[in-house]
Design a protein around this ligand. Sequence first.
Ligand SMILES: [Zn+2]
Ligand SMILES: [Zn+2]
Length: 432
Amino acid sequence: MNGPRIPLGRSHLLASNVMREARRAGLPADNLTPLGSLRRCAADVGDVSLLAVAPPAAHGEVLDGFLALPFVTAVLARLPSFVEAATDRGRVRLHVSAPEDAGAALVWHTGARRHTEQLQAWATKTGLVLRDGLLSRPNGALVSTPDEEEVYRQLRLPFIPPELREGLDEIDVAARGALPTLISRADIRGDLHMHSTWSDGRDSIQHMVLAAKQLGYEYVAITDHSERSYASRKLLALEIPIQREEIDMLRSRISGIEILHGIEVEIMPDGSLDFDDSQLEQFDIVLASLHDDRGDDRARLTERYVRAMRHPLVNVITHPANRSPALSPGYDLDYDRLFDAAVQTGTAMEVDGAPGHLDMDGVVARAAAEAGVPIVIDSDCHRADALDRQMRFGIGMARRGWIQAGHVLNTRGVDAVRTFVARKRGAERGAR
Ligand SMILES: [Zn+2]
Ligand SMILES: [Zn+2]
């Protein structure tokens, strides 16, 4: 069953709706849990599947109850252990498992195929059999696994977080006891990338800041698009002082959260920046980005980024690949060169949580952190009610990249962010 890939944002919405409807209808099962690439927080998802846990006697009732939910437009498959339904928003598959096998079922249906195959081989070495969502002894006796922790415990491995189950080196690293403590949402103290009505955001700065404060952030940066960016609306150079006045006014009225006046400045074809230095140095933080390749190849795109990073006023490169999950892979870049430049110049690179980007992700994010690149994780949000959801997507991408809190600038207080900016500006002044 290889249908088209679905962007994470859309599949996440579909799964959330299904879970809510199932709860509302009183489906006789414990909470439904997303499975597969959705649970691993992959930027694009193969199919939306969920697990329901219920006693075996209730499995038929759960599966039929699911197929009778109002959003189901057609029944595509009905088997004893799973059903598949068509809905207005895409296909959904529901698996069902007994409570004592829930852990093995979750492990079985969550990991990428390569991870599951490696885990099967590992299980064989430890004298167990992992197959079809069940863990058993070679004589066929089932091993009770009420949760995933128990599965890994039986396999004499530490728990491997879902986002790492890609079939890379995670089992070897786990066996050595060397898995990192991955970053989590609670580590994030501020959000350094969001838009307001000054560019293509839907909500006012005040609205964004109040929503961010509600989330417990200590600081935010308002970073609208610069004048010549590829955005539907942008901040004009002559509006910069007026926007700053508004931010100053909000600073005096809203306590308990710091507002940084930032900008997402466009990198021009020659690697220069959309605003000039006298304009840029008025901002508290400068994010630089490419939204259009203008027909450039790998070498030229990489060069544009490197030039931008060498600019003393550029602090963060946002969504470097500028990809669109399930639609476009984005730019082909020489990441090693970008990472070298980022480390040398003291420039951070971003893990962007906007569903239209989700970039850097997985292997690239991991390589960046390993190279010592400072990382920021942002929502790149254009509406206040999505600030949390998009930050969570960003966290998911970062976890897929094995990223820990210590790699990430915005797990630190606002003073650390200001110092990060000042150091690059000061280093340049010192060198002059
Ligand atoms: Zn952008
Ligand atoms: Zn943005």
